[in-house]
Design a protein around this ligand. Structure first.
Ligand SMILES: O=C(O)CC1=CCC(=O)O1
Length: 259
């Protein structure tokens, strides 16, 4: 693991893979860390240099005071690429990480080769919902949010049959810095790219989960309709599809990036 200082925030990242291979940036969801990409490592690191990082306020990146914005989260990726002297990269983000990817697709296409956005939407949830979540976390702490998370992230079948994996992810959530999580809720409250995503021109893959109650297949269809030439793949999974349907997720990403 390494760190890089961007404005007041220290971003924790890991770059791993064959030297000279194309770089693939992996961007985590709200309340998780770069460790959420564990099910992708063996499948992807033989062809790509994987640049995983903890989104600002998450994992070992510092929970500098918020509110954050989607613009800030996107610029963190650009800062990381600049610091590592990477001119262009593939980008794959899930949920909040997917929204960061959409921001990059709109605002910094010259830094992207191909874009994968998974279990995300041009507008995730509602402003009121994120205000309530931020208030809950600031007032009551992480356990209140962690209580309902498994059923937002996974299907009942997966929760029953993979308790170890579910627990590992919930542990990332419980350990999330309260201030950083709430500041990302602030970013999600304001982020609305519905009028912007049609400007994305980089090759884009939109992955969705058939059972995702947070960012629905309808949200994914909107993205596919708006982003010219984009491709949609629907997986038999809920919200954290890279964990719940890892094999299919990895195949979709590799097929798309290597095509
Ligand atoms: O509500 C959740 O925990 C799911 C989620 C919404 C945005 C994100 O990144 O994760």
């Amino acid at each position: 693991m390494s760190t890089i200082k961007l404005d007041t925030c220290t971003i924790n990242y890991d770059l791993d893979g064959p030297a000279g291979a194309p770089v693939l940036v992996l961007s985590n969801s709200l309340g998780t860390t770069m460790d959420m990409w564990a099910p992708q490592l063996d499948a992807l690191r033989w062809k790509f240099q994987l640049l995983r990082y903890d989104t600002r306020g998450h994992g070992k990146s510092t929970p500098v005071p918020g509110p954050y914005t989607i613009d800030r989260l996107g610029r963190d990726v650009l800062g990381l690429l600049d610091a590592l002297d990477i001119e262009r990269a593939h980008f794959c983000g899930i949920s909040m990480g997917g929204l960061t990817g959409l921001w990059l697709g709109v605002n910094a296409p010259e830094r992207l080769n191909k874009l994968v956005v998974s279990n995300t939407a041009a507008r995730v949830g509602t402003a009121e919902g994120w205000q309530d979540r931020a208030r809950l976390v600031r007032d009551e702490g992480m356990p209140e949010v962690a209580d309902g998370a498994a059923s937002r992230w996974f299907t009942p079948h997966f929760i029953q049959h993979q308790p170890g994996l579910v627990d590992m992810l919930l542990q990332q959530l419980r350990s999330s810095p309260q201030a950083g999580y709430a500041a990302c809720c602030d970013a999600l409250e304001k982020a609305d790219l519905r009028q912007d995503v049609a400007r994305i021109s980089v090759p884009t893959l939109v992955i969705s989960g058939r059972h995702d109650p947070v960012t629905t297949t309808e949200d994914a269809r909107y993205l596919v309709e708006q982003i010219a030439g984009s491709k949609g793949v629907e997986l038999d999974a809920s919200h954290l599809s890279n964990v719940e349907a890892a094999t299919e997720f990895n195949r979709a990403v590799v097929d798309f990036l290597l095509a």
